[in-house]
Structures are given as structure tokens and as C-alpha cells.
Design a binder for this molecule. Structure first.
Ligand SMILES: [Zn+2]
Length: 422
């Protein structure tokens, strides 16, 4: 009997959470992680060859390497559907000022706020930008994340937004994390356009979008549609330009107020609407009908100490395919850890551990138009998986604030392993 060759076999998983089946998951299906007892995964090349009981796969395959996952949780590689990784300096002084009750205006007057991050990015050379993103990608990997969405948005000039997107592309060549790049030229109105917001919107729509598309630097176009930032009309104009150049819309919506962001997301056929702390019932219904994935970012309201988060339970009850993300950024949520975000989603948004896991795997893949090739453990999909040092999916958000990823496999290769020290 000749066994089939495999490059890697992961066997005897304490819980193999496959998330297999229809994607994305909604309603009661969100509570089912598709667990296989004593499960195994066979990998050939960059893809999953088979998933099944260990006994069966050990008989069927002859593997070059075997990982014993006894007593451990195995999941698909996590997917972070909302990050802002292109920045060079931190804002810890601002964090401290905020804790002491200083207002946003006082912080801005002291040189803090998004403007300080923008100044840092504009002053950094290309190599420094790429190295900053590269370091962040390695931390995502160490937390079990194998795919991220990555936004520009701290350059806010044509040249600096393109440099930011090129830094994302260069970092993705150096680190085995899948990257879905997004142009976020409409993150904020830069100081030099303070009196001419419409002029800045034209710059983004007529210059940044075509240039990013021409160079193949972005898949998505995002905008911060919020009172004091960009209006629904601005968003409509930007997304029309984005569509014309093949960039799919996604947006920051209804974070600080219900200003029609969810309705706009539905109207322009956005792939995701993110934040949604103040989304209305009509907004939820519009998202459902248009098939928009809501991406919730509980790290943000946690970091800012806001009283309540997005209405996750209402969205799940309405049948929405809820996803979760870190919003990794230096102002409002500085973390690369999706397991930490799962904890916040469970405790603050009342999601169950199973719902939180689906939200950072299969549903996050849908938020990035990648549900066809990742986010589940199924034959034919990309071999991205994580062996965790906890016994099951409930323990991952329960045991919080420490790194649980033991082995991270991306594209079929073990690319990160936790070091043990005597
Ligand atoms: Zn964001």
C-alpha cells in the first residue's frame, strides 16, 4: 500500500476547530466551530490536502514532518480585517494625558493626535516606513494572525499615501503574512486643507485613487465618514471614483454618531462597514440586505474608555455575518492581538467564544473577499493554521492578555514557533 506524500501533518488536535461549511457564518451557525475530535490536517505545498480523524489521515499520508497537537486547540490562521500599520512613532504621552482627563483639543494643542502620526510618516524615509510595517507584521504572526487588511492613511498627500502603500507591499514581501491593502486617503483632512475639505476630497478621488489603482497598490478604498471628518456626500464621490478604478469600497461608519454610514455602505456596495457603535436598526437592516460585513473593533472603545460598544447581539440576531478586528493604530487601539480582541468581544459585546472565533476567521475572510481561499480548514484552501497552547476555543478568549500561539503555519510552512526556555 503506497501512502500519498504530504509535506506536513498536524495530528491529534485536542480540538480541531475547522469552521468548515458555508461562508460567512450567520445566526446559529456562528455558535458552531465545526470541531473534529482527535482531528488532523494534511498539507501539501501551500494548500490543505485533507482534514479528518487522525487515524485515517495517518494511514493515508506519509508526511515529511508531523506536528503533534495533543491537548491543544487548532484553528485556521486568524484574519484581521481592519488595521492601520503604517506609522513610525507611538503616542504614549497622549494616552497618559487622556487618562488624566485632557480633552482631544488640549491633546492636539500639545502636538498629539493623528497629526503627530502624519508628521512622523511624512518625515520617515521609505526604508524606515517598510521596516516599521515589517516589525508589526511579525507581531501579528506571533499572535496567530496570518492575513491582515492594511490601510494607508497617515500620509495624506499623494506622494505619502503612495509611499505608505508601497511600504505595505514591501513588508508583505519580507514576512509571510497575507496582506489586503487599502487606500485610506480620506482618513482625515490634513492641516494644509483645513479650509478646503472639498479640495482634499477631489485630490483623493482624482489623484490618489487613480494612482494607487494604476500601480496595483490597493484592493480597497476606505473613508472615515463621521461628523467632523468626511460627509456622506464626500464618501459617495470618493467611492464612485474608487469603483471606476476597480477599488472596492469599505468604510469607517457610525463610530461616534449615527450619521448614515451604514446606509452609505449598503448604497455603494461596500464589502464591509466598520466600527458601527451608533448604527441604527434601519442601518443594520440596510447592511443585511446589501450583504455588507460588519467589522466590529472593541479594542477601540476599550482603549478610549467609552461606555458601550457596537450592538453585536442585535446584529447577530438580525442575521449579519459579524467580523472582529484589532483596528491596530497608535491613537485608539494599539494591539496586534486578535485573541485579546476576542476577549473584549466576549466580555464587552456579549459574544460567545465560538462567535468570536468565527468572527476572526471565516467571517473576517469574507470581509476581505477571501472566503474562497482561507478562513476555514477545508481541502483545497490555503494551509494557514495555528496550534494554540490552550485545550479548546473557549479557553482562547477566557485566558487573556498573554500569547497562546505555539506554532503558526502560513502557506503550508511553519513560519513562527514559540520558543521555550529552560
Ligand atoms: Zn480604523
Amino acid at each position: 500500500v503506497s501512502a500519498e506524500p504530504a509535506d506536513l501533518l498536524v495530528v491529534h488536535a485536542g480540538e480541531l476547530a475547522t469552521l468548515a461549511g458555508p461562508a460567512p457564518r450567520t445566526g446559529p451557525a456562528l455558535r458552531d466551530v465545526g470541531a473534529l475530535p482527535d482531528g488532523a490536517v494534511a498539507i501539501r505545498g501551500e494548500h490543505i490536502a485533507a482534514v479528518g480523524p487522525t487515524r485515517e489521515l495517518e494511514r493515508r499520508f506519509r508526511a515529511a514532518r508531523t506536528i503533534d497537537a495533543s491537548g491543544r486547540l487548532v484553528t485556521p490562521g486568524l484574519i484581521d480585517a481592519h488595521t492601520h500599520p503604517v506609522f513610525v512613532s507611538l503616542r504614549a504621552a497622549e494616552f497618559e494625558m487622556r487618562l488624566q482627563g485632557r480633552t482631544y483639543q488640549e491633546i492636539a494643542a500639545a502636538g498629539g493626535g493623528i497629526r503627530s502620526t502624519v508628521a512622523g510618516v511624512r518625515a520617515a524615509d521609505d526604508d524606515a516606513l517598510a521596516r516599521a510595517v515589517e516589525a508589526r507584521l511579525r507581531r501579528f504572526l506571533a499572535e496567530g494572525t496570518t492575513t491582515i487588511e492594511a490601510k494607508s492613511g497617515y500620509g495624506l498627500t499623494l506622494a505619502d499615501e503612495l509611499r505608505s502603500l508601497r511600504a505595505i507591499r514591501e513588508a508583505a514581501r519580507r514576512v509571510p503574512v497575507g496582506v489586503a491593502p487599502t487606500l485610506l486617503g480620506a482618513h482625515d483632512v490634513p492641516p494644509e486643507f483645513r479650509e478646503d475639505r472639498e479640495g482634499y476630497v477631489r485630490l483623493v478621488a482624482e489623484e490618489m485613487v487613480p494612482a494607487a489603482a494604476r500601480e496595483g497598490l490597493a484592493e480597497f478604498c476606505d473613508a472615515f465618514v463621521e461628523r467632523g471628518f468626511f460627509t456622506v456626500e464626500d464618501g459617495r464621490a470618493l467611492f464612485r471614483a474608487a469603483r471606476a478604478h476597480g477599488l472596492r469600497p469599505r468604510l469607517h461608519a457610525d463610530e461616534f454618531s449615527d450619521c448614515g454610514g451604514a446606509a452609505l455602505a449598503a448604497e455603494v456596495g461596500a464589502i464591509s462597514a466598520d466600527h458601527l457603535l451608533h448604527v441604527s436598526d434601519a442601518g443594520i437592516e440596510a447592511l443585511r440586505r446589501a450583504g455588507v460585513v460588519p467589522v466590529l473593533l472593541p479594542g477601540t472603545h476599550f482603549s478610549l474608555g467609552l461606555p458601550s460598544g457596537a450592538p453585536a447581539r442585535r446584529m447577530i440576531e438580525a442575521g449579519l455575518p459579524v467580523a472582529l478586528a484589532t483596528d491596530c493604530n497608535p491613537g485608539t487601539s494599539l494591539t496586534e492581538s486578535l485573541p485579546m480582541v476576542m476577549t473584549l468581544a466576549c466580555v464587552l459585546l456579549r459574544m460567545t467564544p465560538a462567535e468570536a472565533l468565527a468572527a476572526v476567521t471565516v467571517n473576517a475572510a469574507a470581509a476581505l473577499a477571501r472566503a474562497h481561499d482561507r478562513g476555514r480548514l477545508e481541502p483545497g484552501l490555503r494551509a494557514d493554521l495555528v496550534v494554540w497552547d490552550v485545550p479548546d476555543h473557549r479557553a482562547l478568549p477566557y485566558y487573556y492578555g498573554v500569547g497562546h500561539a505555539e506554532t503558526v503555519v502560513a502557506g503550508g510552512r511553519p513560519v513562527w514557533e514559540k520558543k521555550t526556555h529552560a
